[in-house]
Design a protein around this ligand. Structure first.
Ligand code: GDP
Ligand code: MG
Length: 437
């Protein structure tokens, strides 16, 4: 490959962002294992970058001559060719040693299907993602299916050469016409210089001639392979920007992947966070139900919320100290109180008054209060999560807006009745009846 400083620095940049993703220790192990496949993909991309490899893949309809085009480039029969549909079932890879730079690989792929649009799109992305340059092969004017597939691969921003194969089947006039039609059809997608005609495996030609005596003779002539236009176009591109190409595509790949990783990471954290919050809600609901707290002891009960916040902060990769978590819980509680003052007052004051009365009423009160505590912990958990997901920030609206939004998003009555149900279930499963003070 040509010495190219821009290319080198692009590679470094791509490598750096890939390595960063791999080494990101903020990613908890549970999440990391869920993302193992993505990590594997990053690793193989990194390896390819380090070796400076360039991948050129063919793509196109079955039987247009994809395998034949690659064989013609290689000058030997490496990939199997068949008159039957779908000869190439799996991918193949071969080094193209005609280019001095080395490390250039040709990749054969199965043909795209005429019918299944979704599968076609998936395949197009898959092939494009792993190659630095694409040879989109056709054997006539593009069908609608081919045009759609071409647009799909073009979206991946890979450079594409449109190879019109089986040129031997057309007369010179027909080729001129075909070139004009195809140019128009793919304008805006493929530059004219990237449309090349080839005859990778021309069919034999029967020639009949009449000799001086008037006798007819029939000879079969093998037409020559015509691949030089594609070769020289490829050489030009590799000469000019080979290294930049592979780095550019690696950056694109790394960029896409880190975006996807970010989304998956957040989803995985949300799921883990959800489970964690639920556990603390159950824990606190039951603790309070068994031991209804007077208003004055509410702070003691806040210890559970504080542990929950510390736990959540680890899941989100932004660990908090006990005092930091305590401050966060206080901030959230203050907003909750401000917004729902009467609600909290009624629930806690009435239960505080009733405390001390023995028997069933205490149990009933306890369950009701446990449900309120559960609801409170759920809000604290959800708000804390939002704060953590924003990288420890409240965003423009401050804590008030976030607490308000979370409160609005929760149906208080159904949360409380679910809480009561779970608490009762737990109490019933216990052989010892709750203590009455
Ligand atoms: N006439 C002609 N036939 C070709 C040419 N290239 C390939 N073929 C034939 O087209 C058929 C399919 O070729 P193949 O390379 O297996 O296509 P693929 O399915 O796209 O890989 C085979 O019979 C080839 O001999 C060409 O340039 N001219
Ligand atoms: Mg094939």
């Amino acid at each position: 490959m040509t010495k190219n400083n821009q290319g080198d620095s692009n590679i470094e940049l791509a490598k750096e962002s890939l390595t960063q993703l791999l080494d990101d220790n903020r990613v908890p192990d549970t999440v990391r294992s869920a993302l193992r496949e993505d990590y594997q993909q990053i690793r193989s991309m990194l390896e390819k970058l380090e070796k400076g490899h360039l991948h050129i893949a063919v793509f196109g309809r079955v039987s247009v001559g994809k395998s034949s085009v690659l064989n013609a480039l290689l000058g030997k029969q490496v990939f199997s060719v068949s008159v039957l549909h779908g000869e190439t079932k799996t991918e193949g890879k071969a080094e193209w040693d005609e280019v001095d730079a080395g490390g250039i690989y040709l990749i054969d792929t199965p043909g795209i299907n005429e019918i299944d649009g979704e599968e076609r799109e998936r395949l197009a992305h898959e092939v494009a993602n792993r190659s630095d340059l694409l040879l989109f092969v056709v054997d006539s004017d593009l069908t609608d299916v081919e045009l759609k597939a071409l647009k799909t691969v073009a979206e991946t921003q890979r450079p594409i050469i449109l190879v019109v194969n089986k040129a031997d089947q057309y007369s010179e006039d027909e080729i001129l016409q075909l070139r004009t039609i195809i140019r128009k059809r793919v304008s805006g997608i493929i530059a004219p210089e990237n449309i090349v005609f080839t005859a990778a495996a021309p069919s034999k030609q029967t020639v009949i001639y009449v000799d001086e005596d008037g006798n007819e003779h029939e000879t079969v002539r093998q037409r020559p392979v015509d691949i030089i236009n594609l070769k020289s176009r490829l050489w030009d591109i590799i000469e000019a920007e080979g290294k930049t190409l592979s780095a550019l595509n690696a950056s694109l790949f790394a960029g896409n992947l880190s975006e996807q990783l970010g989304e998956k990471l957040l989803a995985a954290r949300k799921e883990l966070g959800e489970k964690t919050i639920h556990l603390y809600c159950v824990g606190k609901g039951i603790a309070v139900a068994l031991n209804p707290v007077p208003v004055a002891d509410l702070l003691a009960a806040a210890a559970i919320d504080i542990s929950m916040v510390i736990h959540l902060s680890r899941i989100y990769g932004l660990p908090m100290s006990k005092s930091e978590a305590g401050d966060l819980v206080k901030t959230i509680a203050a907003q909750m109180l401000a917004l729902y003052a009467t609600f909290w007052a009624i629930h806690f004051a009435s239960s505080a008054l009733k405390i001390g009365t023995a028997g069933l009423s205490t149990v009933v009160t306890g369950i009701a209060q446990g449900a309120v505590a559960w609801y409170g912990t759920l809000i604290v958990g959800r708000v804390a999560e939002e704060y953590l997901a924003k990288g420890k920030s409240w965003g423009g609206g401050g804590p008030k807006l976030i607490v308000q939004n979370i409160l609005d998003s929760l149906d208080r009555d159904s949360v409380m009745s679910e809480a009561k149900e779970e608490i009762v279930k737990y109490l019933k499963s216990k052989p010892n009846k709750p203590k009455t003070s």
